[in-house]
Design a protein around this ligand. Structure first.
Ligand code: ZN
Length: 87
C-alpha cells in the first residue's frame, strides 16, 4: 500500500494510457495529411533576402504571406511512413 499524507492511494494508481490502434493511427495520419497539402497561392521569403511566390507551399504551415515550402517539415516527417502504408 502506498500512502501519501496519510491517505491510502490504492485506488489512485496511474492507469497506463490506452495504446492507439493501427486504425486510429492511420486516421490521425490522414487527418494531418488533409491539413498539410500543397497550395499555389502563397508568398514568402526565399531565404536569400527576396520575397516572392512560394509554389508549392503548405496550406497549414506558415501564413498566407509567410509561406513554408512544400513538402513542409511535418509532411517530410510523415513521408517515409506514408510510403510504407498498406491498405
Ligand atoms: Zn505543413
Amino acid at each position: 500500500m502506498v500512502t501519501y499524507r496519510g491517505e491510502d492511494q490504492t485506488d489512485r494508481r496511474w492507469e497506463p494510457q490506452a495504446q492507439p490502434t493501427r486504425e486510429r493511427l492511420l486516421e490521425a495520419i490522414a487527418a494531418v495529411s488533409a491539413l498539410h497539402r500543397p497550395v499555389t497561392d502563397r508568398t514568402g521569403w526565399d531565404g536569400k533576402g527576396g520575397y516572392d511566390d512560394v509554389t508549392p507551399a503548405c496550406a497549414a504551415c506558415g501564413s498566407d504571406d509567410n509561406a513554408v515550402s512544400w513538402p513542409c517539415p511535418t509532411m517530410q516527417a510523415l513521408g517515409s511512413l506514408q510510403s510504407e502504408e498498406t491498405p
